[in-house]
Design a protein. Structure first.
Length: 216
C-alpha cells in the first residue's frame, strides 16, 4: 500500500518517465552493487603510536562459545556469520575480544599467511605477514578508542610472533575507521574493488596492487 501511494505521488508530481527511471535504479542497485576497499599496511619494524582507550578494557582470545553467545542485534553476528567464524577457527584464525566489566564490547580477527579479498576468496601473502579483519565495537562503546586499543593488542601479540607486516582493509567511505588506522601508523598501499552481481560477490585487484601484497 505504501509503495502504491508513493508511486502515485511520484507519477503525479514528476511524471511517468521519472517514476520508471527510479524503479530501474532501485532494481539495478539490488542486482549490482560496487564498493571500493582500501588496503592499509603497518610495518612493525617502525615505531607504532600507542593510543589508550577512554575506558579500561582487557583482552582475551575468543572461544567458539563466545561467538555463539553474540547476537545479531548487538554484535552483528547472524547465523551465517557464526558459521563462517567457526570455519575460520578451524583454519587457525584467532579472534581477540575486548572486555569491559566482564562484557564483550568488541572483537577483531587475525589471519596469518593469507588475506581475504572477499568472503571465501583468499590470496596467499608472505608467511611473516598477518591480515586483520572483522573489526567491531558495540554501539555504546564507539568513539572511545576501543578499536585503537584492539589494534595495539594485536600489534604486540603479532610482534612477539615475529610478524613483520600487518595488513587490513577499510571501506573507502568509512572515514572514522581509516583515521583510527592512520593514527597508529597504518599507511594506505592499495585498493580492492568489490562488486555484487545477481547475489554473488566478486573482488578485483590490479596486478600492481597485487604485487604490493606478494613481496617478501
Amino acid at each position: 500500500m505504501k509503495f502504491l501511494i508513493k508511486a502515485s505521488y511520484i507519477i503525479s508530481e514528476e511524471g511517468i518517465v521519472t517514476f520508471f527511471w527510479k524503479v530501474i535504479k532501485i532494481i539495478a542497485l539490488n542486482l549490482f552493487r560496487i564498493r571500493r576497499v582500501i588496503i592499509y599496511e603497518l610495518d612493525l619494524a617502525t615505531s607504532v603510536k600507542e593510543i589508550l582507550p577512554q575506558v579500561e578494557v582487557s583482552f582475551r582470545l575468543a572461544e567458539i562459545t563466545d561467538i555463539e553467545s553474540m547476537d545479531e542485534e548487538n554484535y552483528n553476528y547472524n547465523r551465517k556469520a557464526k558459521k563462517y567464524s567457526a570455519e575460520r577457527f578451524m583454519q587457525g584464525d584467532e579472534c581477540i575480544l575486548a572486555v569491559y566489566n566482564g562484557r564483550i564490547v568488541g572483537y577483531i580477527w587475525i589471519m596469518e599467511g593469507y588475506m581475504e579479498l572477499s568472503q571465501y576468496n583468499y590470496i596467499k601473502i608472505p608467511r611473516n605477514w598477518a591480515y586483520v579483519y572483522s573489526v567491531f565495537v558495540i554501539k555504546e562503546f564507539r568513539g572511545k578508542r576501543i578499536i585503537n586499543a584492539m589494534n595495539g593488542c594485536i600489534i604486540q601479540k603479532l610482534g612477539r610472533k615475529n610478524v613483520k607486516i600487518i595488513i587490513t582493509t577499510v571501506a573507502k567511505d568509512n572515514k572514522p575507521a581509516a583515521k583510527a588506522k592512520e593514527r597508529i601508523g597504518f599507511k594506505r598501499v592499495s585498493e580492492i574493488i568489490i562488486f555484487k552481481l545477481l547475489g554473488f560477490q566478486y573482488a578485483y585487484i590490479s596486478k600492481r596492487n597485487l604485487n604490493c601484497l606478494m613481496r617478501e
